[in-house]
Each structure stands twice: as structure tokens, then as C-alpha cells.
Design a protein around this ligand. Structure first.
Ligand code: PMP
Length: 438
């Protein structure tokens, strides 16, 4: 990136091609995990010299680690515009955050979610009273569907939660979270936003948009794996038993009794991940300093360029998305006529040094609807899979952009796709039956 504050680690890595040649790696898979910011790398490297147990030690290093850990919490809050009284819980990742919230809901809570969600925002609700709505065809339809689903809920005292994505990891669509929150609140429901894909690509203001809960992951936000966050209203998170039980989450324990600690410690049992939290905090501070609005605008410009270039590739077919006037993050999921998506991904990597993601993106119900797979076929796949046969839901290819992405990366992808369309893969690939990878 032209701004030195946004320099990434490893952006000039060379990788071997199947020909034996070395080639600069073209990373077009930011939506899965992003490389670390240089600033994050430097902070982690420094902290490796002196980290120590958080909240548990009187030694200087423990006290300094505790201060760094608590500082990260405030950086996270600032980054997403959290209210001063929101709990900021440091988790492992978005999946962990959403499962934590799911375990904290008052008994009998009705949860409404769309079938367009990542499994992380679909499966945790299965244990509860979940109502799934069809993946919306436009934002306006989404609000209508939500309105009628909320109106149809049984009257009564049961709590209500609307769980939505901030931006889809399959289509890139940015969901209208402020409007969703308005509709939800009008019906006495709270809103959770899965911001795993939104946070790296767009400004977020929980307070202004009246978002009750927000979850995201550090590893998609230019920090390493192992730290994420859940922010939100304290009452549900502070009642009932904590999601995890153990040291750090308690005030007092006898063999017969437990007194749980206040938030956030109550929901952070076990030794905290100080390195991960500090890394995430530094990423948040860096992105705030540069300005997410500017980062989003630059990415939009590059996405526009990519969509224009890709449209010229013979046989290129993007998966259905909302009409172009609606905002999207920098990713495109696509098929190329006549070329299996998994072979395409394998050949892009092996012959061109380009890394994309392929498959179903942990969003099977959405892919079933986007690829128009029939119910009968889905049942057949379940039956075959139960029998242990190597069958898979069909998928697609996804190229996604981030801070290090350039027009040259997009050009490299389009040139490689042109070559694959014209000549086919130059090598022969075989499929590993267990992983389905070529
Ligand atoms: N939600 C969305 C929209 C995602 O893209 C992802 C990651 N692919 C997740 C949730 C889960 O994130 P994590 O694997 O970091 O828990």
C-alpha cells in the first residue's frame, strides 16, 4: 500500500510454480485471512520479549502485559465505535464470539437469521428457537422479510435477537445494518452483526447505528490468528453461567459454590491471549489512524477495476449479487464456463502463483440457493455423505482484495484466467478424495 503505515508483512514472498520457476505470490484471498500489518508484526515481536500472565501477576512484566491487554480492549472499542458501557470481550475469533453470545441468551430467546449467513452465524442458533429466512434478493426485500418475521413471532416476554452479517463472505454484499437495527428495535429485538468481513473493509459505528452486538476476527483484520472480539450490551452476557468456566472468570469458589466475576473477565476464563489481543489492538489503532473511510474508498475503486477486467474474460460468470448500486466489499465469487472451480483454483496456484479460495465458503445454504441446487439434490448429497461416499456440494471460486492488493494483482488474475480459458491447464491434476483438492 502507498501509505507506509499500511505496509504488510510478506508481501514480496516468492512461491514455487509447478514448472519449478519462482514467482511473486499474488494473494487474492484476503477474505479468508489477511497478512499482518508491519506495525502488528513489530508490536508482537517486541511483546515476545516481555509478555507475562495477564491479571494474575504482581511482577513488572505481568503488570505491563495487563496494561497492554486492557489497552487493546479500548483500541477494539474505538475501532468499531463501541459505547463506553459495552462489554468488550476478547475471544478466539468470530465463531467463538457468536457461540459465546448464543450461550448467553436468555432462555427461550427467538433468533431470526437469514439463510445467507456463514455457518458461524447459522449453526450456533440451532440449539435455540431459530427462525431462518430466505437469503434476501435485495436489501429492501430483506427489510420486508425481517419486518414480517418479527411481526409473526409469538407475543410474550421472550427475548428476540436478529443475527445478520455485516458483509457477506460469498457475495461481498454490505447489509443495511442500521436499517436492520431500526426494524429489529421497533419489534423489541436486539441485533448481532457478524462483522468478520465488514470490519476489514468498512467503517463501523456501533453506537451511531445502534448495533447491540458485534463480532469479528483478528486474522481477517491484518493481525494473526487466535484473537477476535465480541462487543455489546452487558446484561445478557453478565447473567447465567459464563460460556467457559475456569480461572479468571470467578470472584470466589468453594466446592459447593461459585461467584462469577464481572464482565469482561466473567467471559474470559483461562489465561488470556495477550499477544493476540495486542496484535488485534495495534491493527485497530493503525486502521483508525489511516481512516477506514479512505481504505473503503480505495478498495471500491479497485473492485470496480477488477469487475470491469473480469467481465472481459471469456466465460466469466459472477455469482448473483444485489444490484450494482448497493455497496459491496472487495470480493467476487465466480465460475468460468467449462472449467471446474476447483481445478481452476489449483491451476491458478500451481501455474500462476495466484492464491484464491474455492468451494462453498462455509455457507452451504447460501451456495445451494445461489447455484440453484434442488432440494432433491441436497437430500441426495446428505444420503451419499452419510454413507461415506466422496460427494461434495458444488462450489465456486472467490477472489478477494485487501490492503496489499493492486491493479497488477487483478491484471495477473485476468491474464491467468485468459490463458486457462484459451488453452486449459498446462498440467494434469488429480483429486485427493479426502480433501477434494487437486
Ligand atoms: N462470518 C463470516 C462472514 C466470515 O467470513 C467468517 C470467516 N470466513 C466467519 C464468520 C468466521 O470467522 P472465524 O473463522 O475467524 O471464526
Amino acid at each position: 500500500h502507498a501509505d507506509p503505515r499500511l505496509a504488510l508483512v510478506g508481501s514480496d514472498t516468492e512461491v514455487p510454480l509447478v514448472s519449478g520457476e519462482m514467482r511473486r505470490f499474488v494473494n487474492l484471498d484476503y477474505a479468508a485471512s489477511a497478512p499482518a500489518l508491519r506495525a502488528v508484526h513489530d508490536a508482537v515481536e517486541e511483546l515476545l520479549g516481555w509478555y507475562s500472565s495477564v491479571h494474575r501477576g504482581a511482577g513488572f512484566k505481568s503488570r505491563a502485559s495487563t496494561a497492554a491487554y486492557e489497552g487493546a480492549r479500548e483500541s477494539i472499542r474505538r475501532f468499531v465505535g463501541g459505547r463506553s458501557d459495552d462489554a468488550v470481550i476478547i475471544t478466539r475469533n468470530t465463531t467463538d464470539s457468536i457461540n459465546l453470545l448464543a450461550a448467553s441468551l436468555p432462555p427461550g430467546t427467538h433468533v431470526i437469521a437469514f439463510a445467507g449467513e456463514h455457518h458461524a452465524n447459522l449453526l450456533p442458533w440451532r440449539r435455540l428457537k431459530a427462525h431462518y429466512l430466505n437469503a434476501p434478493a435485495t436489501p429492501a426485500l430483506m427489510l420486508e422479510q425481517l419486518e414480517s418475521a418479527l411481526s409473526a413471532l409469538p407475543h410474550g416476554a421472550a427475548a428476540r435477537l436478529v443475527a445478520v452479517t455485516g458483509a457477506s463472505n460469498v457475495t461481498g454484499e454490505i447489509w443495511p445494518i442500521a436499517e436492520i437495527a431500526r426494524v429489529a428495535h421497533a419489534h423489541g429485538a436486539r441485533v448481532l452483526v457478524d462483522a468478520a468481513q465488514l470490519a476489514p473493509h468498512s467503517p463501523i459505528d456501533m453506537a451511531a447505528d445502534d448495533i447491540d452486538y458485534l463480532a469479528f476476527s483478528g486474522h481477517k483484520l491484518y493481525a494473526p490468528y487466535g484473537a477476535g472480539a465480541l462487543l455489546g450490551r452487558r446484561d445478557w452476557l453478565a447473567s447465567g453461567d459464563p460460556f467457559l468456566r475456569g480461572g479468571g472468570a470467578v470472584k470466589l469458589v468453594s466446592i459447593a459454590e461459585t461467584l462469577w466475576a464481572e464482565l469482561p473477565e466473567r467471559q474470559e476464563a483461562g489465561s488470556p491471549n495477550v499477544l493476540g489481543a495486542v496484535a488485534l489492538g495495534v491493527a485497530c489503532d493503525t486502521l483508525v489512524a489511516v481512516g477506514m473511510a479512505r481504505i473503503a474508498a480505495e478498495e471500491r475503486e479497485l473492485l470496480g477495476y477488477a469487475l470491469g477486467r473480469l467481465a472481459a474474460v471469456d466465460g466469466f460468470h459472477p455469482l448473483r449479487v444485489w444490484p450494482a448500486e448497493h455497496a459491496r466489499v472487495g470480493l467476487v465469487t465466480f465460475a468460468v464456463r467449462g472449467m471446474p472451480y476447483d481445478l481452476l483454483a489449483a491451476a491458478l496456484s500451481a501455474e500462476h502463483g495466484i492464491g484464491i479460495r474455492h468451494g462453498c465458503f462455509c455457507a452451504h445454504p447460501l451456495m445451494v440457493s445461489l447455484l440453484e441446487i434442488s432440494d432433491a439434490e441436497v437430500h441426495r448429497l446428505f444420503d451419499e455423505t452419510r454413507l461415506g461416499h466422496h460427494e461434495r456440494l458444488p462450489g465456486a471460486a472467490r477472489a478477494s482484495l485487501g490492503l496489499g492488493s493492486t491493479r497488477a494483482d487483478v491484471d495477473a488474475l485476468c491474464t491467468a484466467l485468459d490463458a486457462l480459458v484459451a488453452d486449459g491447464p498446462r498440467w494434469t491434476y488429480s483429486v485427493d478424495p479426502d480433501t477434494g483438492m487437486y
